[in-house]
Design a protein around this ligand. Structure first.
Ligand SMILES: *Cc1c(COP(=O)(O)O)cnc(C)c1O
Length: 430
């Protein structure tokens, strides 16, 4: 597609990054199922290895199918470049890797995907990195947590598990003032509902496993760079501003300007960490992303109907959906994600733990799985599964109290979903 900054989201989700295959004219993006690419000659090979020329060398680094998806996601997010990875968790490590070093920390929201809490509180310690968890509704606490060793601030736009909305602009301003980038995990919002870069985010990460693919088939992740951060403004980010020994002293920021972070992600991150997305996965995600806006509209429409129905039901204690006027995040949602507050929320069932377990077991359309962002409606009782190891107090603080279930509302008929919840609640709260 030719450059068309004025094209709308629905056009870009189908065309951005793609063009008819130059070799065959194939209209759909081919799956380039190849490991390596033939060099024109020895000089061409040397130029590619020196990063003097951009091209394909080996599919751990770049692949034409994956490249289309990278450009598509970067365009939809309003970024300058993107690097796809093997999973959302890989994308998080890839996002932090150029920024962090032993002794450095990331200031992270307490309201995050459970797996991210584990990755940040346990696993990254093995690299000598650490995370400081703060309530991101308390901006003074966020500012106080950022110290001389902080190299990134991390949050989700629409946060797990309750669909809480982060004031991305306010947090971005704090990160800016401290001279560190804000990374926003935009998995649960998608660029259709929220574009964090427009609210001041430096980097956006995705688990493409969820809504971007949308059909529950492949795991994948992506790191998008806004291209706006000045990596040379301080000596905090030597991987990007100082000479890189592995490339004869090349300085990424000086050489590649706004694309420095993306080039580093490929030339160092994928080269040495190898968390690469394969072309088959990119194909499935490209198929899904073509209908992203249509799906998100229906996800949101269904979520509103079901949240309203649940809130009015006497068997339900409360519903956390930010699309309901009763939510403390209702007004903020209109600024952060004006097209809707997503389709992920929790609700509390009168009858507690036992009633939740019976509810989950009695549903017929909803699947009991540890996933979200599928076309299918999903439910999980966190206290008996993902948050089982925590004390009841910790479960409550995490938004996963024993009487709470989390739903990811799909794009089936809303009336069928309501009927399913109704029959299952009748059995659960007997
Ligand atoms: C699923 C998810 C992740 C992790 O992604 P994977 O593809 O499962 O590795 C990270 N953040 C959020 C918000 C998620 O929903």
């Amino acid at each position: 597609m030719t450059d068309g900054p004025s094209y709308g989201f629905d056009t870009l989700q189908i065309h951005a990054g793609a063009r008819p295959d130059p070799a065959t004219g194939a209209r759909q993006t081919p799956i380039y199922q190849t490991t390596a690419y033939v060099f024109r000659d020895a000089e061409h090979a040397a130029a590619l290895f020196n990063l003097q020329e951009v091209g394909y060398i080996y599919s751990r680094l770049t692949n034409p199918t994956v490249a289309v998806l990278q450009e598509r996601i970067a365009t939809l997010e309003g970024g300058v470049g993107a690097v796809c990875c093997s999973s959302g968790h890989a994308a998080q490590i890839m996002a932090l890797f150029p920024l962090m070093a032993p002794g450095r920390n990331v200031v992270a929201s307490t309201r995050l995907y459970g797996g991210t809490v584990t990755q940040f509180s346990q696993t990254i310690k093995r690299f000598g990195w650490s995370a400081k968890f703060v309530d991101f509704d308390d901006l003074d606490a966020v500012a106080a947590a950022i110290d001389d060793n902080t190299r990134a601030v991390f949050c989700e736009a629409i946060a797990n598990p309750g669909g809480y909305i982060t004031d991305v602009r306010a947090v971005a301003d704090l990160a800016d003032a401290a001279g560190v980038p804000l990374i926003v995990d935009n998995t649960t919002a998608t660029p259709y509902l929220c574009r964090p870069i427009e609210h001041g985010a430096t980097l956006v990460v995705h688990s493409t496993t969820k809504y971007l693919t949308g059909n529950g088939t492949v795991t994948g992740g992506c790191v998008v760079d806004s291209g706006r951060f000045d990596w040379s403004a301080s000596d905090k980010f030597p991987s990007l501003s100082a000479p890189e020994p592995a490339y004869h002293g090349l300085r990424f920021h000086e050489t590649f300007g706004p694309l420095a972070y993306t080039f580093h992600g490929i030339a160092i991150g994928l080269r040495d960490l190898g968390m690469t997305m394969n072309p088959q996965a990119a194909h499935y995600t490209l198929m899904g992303i073509e209908t992203l806006s249509l799906r998100m509209e229906r996800h949101v429409e269904n979520a509103v109907k079901i949240a309203q129905w649940l809130e009015a039901d006497p068997r339900i204690a409360y519903v956390t959906y930010a699309g309901l006027p009763s939510s403390p995040y209702f007004d903020r949602a209109k600024t952060v994600c004006p097209k809707g507050a997503g389709a992920l929320f929790t609700f509390a069932v009168k009858g507690g733990y036992e009633a939740c377990v019976r509810l989950v077991d009695s549903l017929e359309i909803f699947s009991h799985v540890a996933n979200l962002g599928d076309t299918r409606s999903l439910i999980i009782h966190s206290a008996s599964t993902t948050h089982r190891q925590l004390t009841p107090e910790q479960q409550k603080a995490a938004g996963a109290a024993p009487d709470v279930v989390r739903v990811s509302i799909g794009i089936e008929d809303a009336d069928d979903l309501i009927a399913d919840l109704n029959q299952a609640l009748a059995r659960a709260v007997a």
